[in-house]
Structure formats: C-alpha cells, structure tokens
Design a protein around this ligand. Structure first.
Ligand SMILES: [Zn+2]
Length: 394
C-alpha cells in the first residue's frame, strides 16, 4: 500500500452489551465493547489536505456561543491564546448548531454540549477534566521517550449530549461514522467526537472508550509527518490497551480513571475466538497492515467472508499488548517500549521493527512467545469464568 492510498478504518461489528457485573466498587473495565465503536481513521492519502469540515449553517447566533469554563491552574499566555483560538474556531466552524461550553485542560480542550441542566453540565465538565488528565498523565509517565512534546493547538474532544445529537454532528462534520459507533477520531480535522447519554444509561466501561480515540489522536500528532504506521494491528491494539481503564467511583459521584487495565469486552471476544479456534498466529497478526489484509488472511485460513479478520486486530491485538505489558513478570514490556520508540518516535513501525524490538531474527522464534501468550489469555478467561460462577452462586 502506498501513501497515496487512503486506508479507511472501520468499526468492528456492533453488538449489544448488557450491564452485568458492574457492581463491585472496584471495576476494571474495558472500553469499546462491540456495542460501541472503534475509530474510523483515514491515514495518509489525498484527503489529508482536506480543510476542517464546516457546518452548512453558521448563522445560528448567540445560543451557540461557547461559554469557556475557567480552569483552576494558571496557564501561560501562549497556551491560553492557543486554547482561545481553538475554542473560537471550533465554536464557529464546527459547533455553531450546538449549544456548548469549552473545558480547558491543556493540551486539551473539551467541548461539551449543553445537557439542559446546569448540574449535569458541571458533573460532565468535572468528569471529563479528570478523565482526560488521567489519560494524558498516564501517557507521559508510561512513554516518556515519545510523549515529550506538546501541540501548538490543543487536542480537541467534542462530547455530544446523546446519540441523536451525535448523529446530527456526524452528518454535518463527520467522517462517515457508522451506526453503533460510540466515538470517532477524525484524522483530517484532528478532533474526537463522542456522546454521553444513552437510552437505558451508559455502561461504566464505555467511559474508557474515549481513551481509544485519544490514543489515535495523540500518536497521530507524535509521529513524524508524512509517515504512517504500517501495522494497523498495533494501532488498534495499543488503543484498546489504553481503553481498558480501571474506573473507580469516588465519594462525590465522580470517578477516577487509570488506563491500561483489563479490557473485559475484548477478553470476551478473544475467549470466543479461542473457542472457535479462529485466530491468527502472532506473526500473521503482526503482518496485517490494513483491515483488508486482515480480512483476506482470515478468509484464507477460515473461509467465510473474512469479516472477523479486522476484529482480530482489535481483540487478539489487545490481548497480546496486555500480555506484554501486564502479563507474567511483564516480560515483554521493554520490547513494547522499544517498538513504540521506533514506531511513534521515528515513524518506522512495521513487522521488521517489531522483530527487532523483540530481538527475533526468525519467525519461528515467535512460537514460544505465542504459547506463553495463549496460556496467559486462557488463564485470564479462567479467572473471568470463576468470577462469573461466584457471582451466580450468590
Ligand atoms: Zn481505533
């Protein structure tokens, strides 16, 4: 694939996710179950020059004006001015039809649609400030070699009120978000958009979904210009690793967030893939550079329409990153860091770079790691099943 060919990232199949098991005070949850989304991310290609999308009617007047929320800490004047400019531009060009406020959490600005109730607005403003700060702090601490520069203009996250509002926004400004999606990163406009209120309430794990898109947005910024990642499995896997957030309620009705914990929806999907015996060898997974290559590989191996190939990039990919970062003795954590330094820092991410990071010179050397990975994933599934059995016996 050359850099002139846009690669469109499509959401994995949508499925409904029902609450269950969200009762413990300490809930490690994963993001993006099937019910929710994944990003549609177009990299490279002729569209990369497309200017920020503009809504068709910009004359909706005062009701749409941004009401910036003051932030407690002092900002230096350059970052303040950058946030002012981003807020003015986004309010005018993108959110003219949506009454909203802007939360300033440098290097992020979060645009929050009006929920129609000041207390609800305040609750979300506080929650998003905590959430995004947790993400960015985690990234800086975990990957200091690559998360070492700030953008000139802030990262933007647009939080719509509900699904209907999300659909309207998507029609005006989107990049083709599909039904069932929960959040998207728009790679030309560089903003993330998502929504909060759902009929029947929002499962807790969905709160971590935005970390998946935040990962795309941040890595997209950090990678050297004009280079793109040649390993889409890694892009989605690392995004899902961060989306697996530990989310804990705190006394005042809010939550604390920590990325990089067990992503339960992804574990559930991986469990089904293991049951069906439909998953890739690690070297095959690592060589999938696009969704299309994953689907073609799946079709070759397992028949059918191959549609599950791209799903494997997410859940098998997630399980491998989780195994490396969290698994036995965190044995492969340093290898992942070496890979990220090359991929994100130098813009040179592909199968060969991965082999180098793991000090592998022959694909056969993946075999012991594959056995270790598979045993670890099975142990996670057993622990999950044991917890479910305990739950049922109560
Ligand atoms: Zn994604």
């Amino acid at each position: 694939m050359d850099s002139e060919t846009p690669t469109r990232r499509r959401p994995a199949e949508a499925r409904s996710v029902r609450g269950a098991a969200l009762r413990n005070a300490l809930i490690a949850v994963g993001a993006l179950a099937c019910a929710v989304s994944v990003a549609v991310w177009i990299i490279g290609g002729n569209d990369s020059e497309t200017p920020e999308p503009v809504v068709s009617n910009q004359d909706t007047g005062d009701a749409a004006a941004a009401r910036p929320v003051a932030m407690g800490s002092t900002m230096d004047s350059a970052t303040d001015a950058a946030m002012d400019a981003a807020i003015a531009r986004t309010s005018r060009d993108v959110l003219a039809e949506f009454k909203h406020s802007a939360i300033r959490v440098w290097p992020y600005v979060i645009f929050l649609e009006d929920f129609g109730d000041e207390r609800v607005n305040e609750r979300y403003a506080k929650d998003y400030r905590v959430r995004i700060t947790a993400f960015y702090d985690y990234m800086k601490k975990t990957y200091p070699n690559v998360v070492n520069k700030e953008p000139e203009t802030p990262f933007r996250i647009i939080v719509l009120r509900d699904r209907a509002s999300f659909n309207k926004f998507n029609a005006l400004n989107g990049n083709g978000a599909l039904a069932g999606a929960r959040a998207f990163y728009h790679p030309q406009a560089k903003f993330i958009y998502t929504y909060e209120q759902s009929p029947g309430g929002v499962p807790l794990f969905v709160r971590g979904v935005v970390f998946h898109e935040c990962t795309h947005q941040l890595l997209d910024f950090l990678r050297p210009k004009n280079r793109y990642n040649e390993s889409i499995w890694f892009e989605e896997a690392i995004a899902d690793f961060h989306a697996g957030a530990k989310i804990q309620p705190v006394g005042d009705g809010g939550f604390t967030y920590e990325p990089g914990h067990l992503n339960r929806p992804r574990l559930n999907q991986m469990a089904r893939a293991l049951e069906r015996k439909n998953y890739f060898s690690l070297p095959l997974l690592f060589q999938c550079r696009t969704y299309g290559e994953a689907d073609a590989a799946y079709k070759r191996k397992f028949g059918g329409d191959g549609g599950r190939g791209k799903g494997l990039l997410y859940y098998q990919g997630w399980s491998f990153i989780y195994f490396c970062m969290v698994g036995p003795n965190k044995a492969h954590r340093e290898a992942i860091f070496r890979y990220i330094d090359q991929d994100v820092g130098q813009g040179e991410g592909d199968y060969n770079i991965l082999n180098q990071a793991f000090e592998i010179s022959d694909s056969k050397q993946w075999e012991p790691i594959q056995r270790e990975w598979e045993a670890y994933v099975r142990s996670l599934i057993e622990a999950r099943n044991a917890a479910r059995a305990t739950d049922r016996s109560r």
